[in-house]
Design a protein around this ligand. Structure first.
Ligand code: SAH
Length: 219
């Protein structure tokens, strides 16, 4: 998927460049990921009053007790998700404002994203349309059950943390597929990568991170 950028948000090129430099400094090495971060207008995903912080490497509130993920986290998770091979079909849990969704959409052919809070999903849908990313499929549901009708997925990314990885997500991972998710509790997790090979699941525990919780049910 290609993002349509003509005429929107290209004014802050300098602050975007500063963000890309910062991400390089903190270890993001994938040039394609850096390029997509540079070209994705993060300021369109947050309220105007916070827009001046859009290209700082920080999480920001998006309402409903949720946050837009920190650019480093978005870059890191994307880099991990595509490290082995470019995924065709991807599932995201926790659309939020849709920023990570917009980034991911530029690295796969089909993207399915689940969000449990309806008003956040509605806003994300508008922004994705505005950016020409209407092909992303959004669903209002508890992402703990994945999206069985569309499974299997080559890659699964969860943007919310819990102490265990939902069984349904592991089951919906394609053979050879990769899942990236923050695992842990009380707002302290570790980025965890799971690679599936047949019935075997290989787990790696990486960076310490802080994500909002993976909650049950829908709002
Ligand atoms: N990448 C998003 C992150 C949003 S925060 C962004 O940059 O905006 C994480 C999101 O996960 C929140 O919107 C929260 O509502 C959602 N979430 C938490 N538990 C969920 C669940 N069980 N199913 C679907 N979404 C969930």
């Amino acid at each position: 998927m290609d993002i349509q950028l003509s005429g929107i948000g290209m004014t802050s090129a300098r602050t975007r460049e500063r963000l890309v430099r910062r991400l390089r400094d903190v270890g993001i090495g994938n040039e394609q990921v850096l390029e997509v971060i540079r070209n994705t207008p993060r300021h369109l995903f947050i309220e105007e009053a916070l827009a001046h912080q859009a290209y700082d490497d920080t999480a920001l509130p998006i309402g409903h007790g949720q946050t837009i993920s920190q650019p480093w986290v978005v870059a890191r998770m994307t880099e991990l998700l595509i490290a082995k091979k470019r995924p065709n079909k991807v599932l995201e849990i926790g659309t939020g404002c849709g920023y990570q969704t917009a980034v991911l959409a530029q690295f796969c052919d089909e993207l399915y994203s689940v969000e449990r809070i309806r008003p956040l999903q509605d806003q994300a849908r508008k922004r994705l349309l505005q950016l020409g990313l209407a092909r992303v499929q959004l669903r209002h549901a508890d992402g703990g059950f994945g999206w069985s009708a569309q499974a299997p997925f080559d890659a699964i990314l969860a943007a919310c943390g819990r102490p265990d990885i939902p069984q349904d997500l592991l089951a919906q991972l394609a053979d050879g597929g990769r899942l990236v998710m923050p695992v842990g509790s009380d707002g302290r997790q570790q980025l965890t990568v799971v690679d599936r090979e047949g019935d075997q699941y290989h787990t790696q525990t990486l960076d310490a991170v802080r994500f909002v919780p993976f909650q049950r049910g829908v709002l």
